[in-house]
Design a protein. Structure first.
Length: 480
């Protein structure tokens, strides 16, 4: 299925106080198909007056939404999930057009967003406090209550899933949300918001804005109406938002950058491991905060690993995401290719070898699936997240050395290890400093498990019961 320009334009609107708002004199910014670098639409951007109206609507809407029972909220959220599933082809097509990822990955992302609404519809019914024993006739209680209106900032790499990851738990907890979705991919997030609105969630409980990210975050966080900030994006922007949130002591959840190490031990099943790591590395063109990036390979199998990685990387089919044969689409925007090229130049100048790819490709923002071997730890790419289709390899001798290298950077989002040694699995899982560890697996994101980082990768969790906790505050009630 392809999106018609008519239904596409309908999805490119702000949603404020229950009203879809289009051009009407607002500034606009182009939306670009990364596969062609051509402009496919114009996105109206929010004015300061729009944001004030959104804040006023959130303040008005919160008491009514929090007063609903968890069953009532859950029923509406299940309807959202149903509408997302009904509209999966439409939303996934917009996602591929705007972001570039292969259509099968886009469908998976959209269906995962539906799953998040279903999961949190039920999880919202399990918000429980406790009663504490006191002398006869007296009680103390601990209550969990919604924190209040939320400002949610989600990025362009998984625009549908990551927006759902914030809106679903917030609504389930009894909070209202103003979502600033990514300007690069506004059609698919607009279509998601349409599912939320069409399901009957009140228009002042979930709102959607786009525009100048700096202006919007300053405006929303500058208001005492906002009680909670949830951000997914780069560590640099996260630090900036934490400073803004300090003025009103707004609560914060931060999902920031990572630089995932992968420890490949010589007792792993090498061929099966290679098949998995190469497929995973180039998923979403490597624009994944938990993308496997720093491959530390035990010396005895290093040469075989490098050879096998290069062979498989050269076979990855790159193309337009709407072509069903495509395994890797373009980069999502023009910013990444020059950054990747600079990292490759820096690494090779320090002695690294390009064993596959290494170049931008033709029209659009395509970049070859790329792998570098013998990369010195001082290379920029080994320090700063490439956030692209680039794998970096170097050998290690001992387990201690591998864990030390894995923990070397100030990030700690995801880490992976491949080994068949049971005792080592426990030592590695214990010793790695990261919010998530995958052992012989890259499946580390699930609706019912926490997703989040440590160190400069952020704090707080999304998904799972822990994901709901981020939208709740604790109150102790003492009754005599
Ligand atoms: P960027 O730092 O310019 O932007 C990252 C995200 O933050 C974008 O969604 C952007 O719209 C938003 N943003 C930027 N300035 C903001 C502000 N003042 N207020 C609110 N939101 C703001 O980087 P980029 O070039 O878009 O993306 C590349 C980098 O971002 C990567 O290196 C990666 O570390 C990070 N990133 C991380 C994730 C993740 O899932 N953790 C997702 C996307 C991007």
């Amino acid at each position: 299925m392809t999106a018609t320009s008519a239904d596409y334009t309908a999805d490119l609107q702000l949603f404020i106080a229950g009203e879809w708002r289009g051009g009407e004199g607002r500034d606009a910014r182009p939306v670009v198909d990364p596969a062609t670098a051509g402009t496919i639409a114009e996105l109206p951007v929010a004015t300061a007056a729009d944001l004030d109206e959104a804040l006023a609507a959130a303040a008005r809407g919160w008491p009514a939404w929090r007063a609903k029972t968890p069953d009532e909220r859950g029923a509406l959220m299940h309807k959202v999930a149903g509408l997302i599933r009904e509209r999966v082809d439409h939303i996934a097509t917009l996602l591929t057009l705007e972001q570039g990822k292969p259509i099968a990955q886009a469908r998976g992302e959209v269906l995962s967003a539906a799953g998040l609404f279903d999961y949190f519809a039920e999880q919202g019914k399990r918000i429980e406090g406790r009663v504490v024993q006191r002398p006869a006739g007296e009680r103390a209680m601990v209550l969990k209550q919604p924190v209040g209106p939320v400002a949610a900032f989600s990025p362009w790499n998984f625009p549908v899933n990551l927006m759902a990851k914030k809106i679903a738990p917030a609504l389930a907890a009894g909070c209202v949300v103003i979502a600033k979705a990514p300007e690069e991919t506004p059609g698919c997030t607009g279509a998601l918001m349409r599912c939320i609105a069409d399901a009957g969630i009140p228009g002042d409980a979930a709102q959607l804005v786009y525009g100048n990210p700096d202006m919007i975050s300053r405006h929303l966080l500058g208001s005492p109406v906002i009680r909670k900030v949830s951000f997914t994006g780069s560590t640099a922007v996260g630090k900036h938002l934490m400073k803004l949130a300090a003025d009103h002591v707004q609560r914060i959840t931060m999902e920031l950058g990572g630089h995932a190490p992968v420890l490949i031990f010589d007792d792993c099943d090498l061929e099966a491991t290679l098949d998995r790591v190469v497929a995973q590395k180039f998923r979403n063109a490597g624009q994944v905060c938990v993308s496997p990036t720093r491959f530390y390979v035990q010396a005895g199998i290093y040469d075989a690993f490098v050879r096998g990685f290069a062979e498989r990387t050269k076979r990855v089919r790159v193309g337009h995401g709407l072509d069903p044969d495509t395994q890797m689409g373009p980069l999502a925007n023009a910013r990444r290719a020059p950054a990747l090229q600079a990292m490759i130049a820096d690494a090779t100048a320090r002695g690294a070898r390009v064993i596959a790819g290494g170049e931008a490709m033709g029209k659009g923002y395509f970049f070859q699936p790329t792998a570098l071997a013998d990369v010195p730890i001082e290379a920029e790419a080994m320090v700063n997240e490439p956030f692209g289709p680039m794998a970096l390899m170097r050998p290690f001798d001992t387990e201690e050395e591998a864990i030390e290298q894995a923990n070397r950077l100030p990030y700690g989002l995801a880490a992976f290890a491949f080994t068949e040694n049971g005792r080592r699995i426990n030592r590695v899982a214990d010793g790695i400093e990261s919010g998530m560890v995958g052992i012989n697996s890259f499946v580390i994101s699930a609706h019912d498990l926490p997703f989040g980082g440590v160190k400069q990768s952020g704090f707080g969790s999304e998904s799972g019961p822990e994901g709901l906790d981020g939208y709740l505050v604790t109150k102790a009630v003492h009754i005599c």
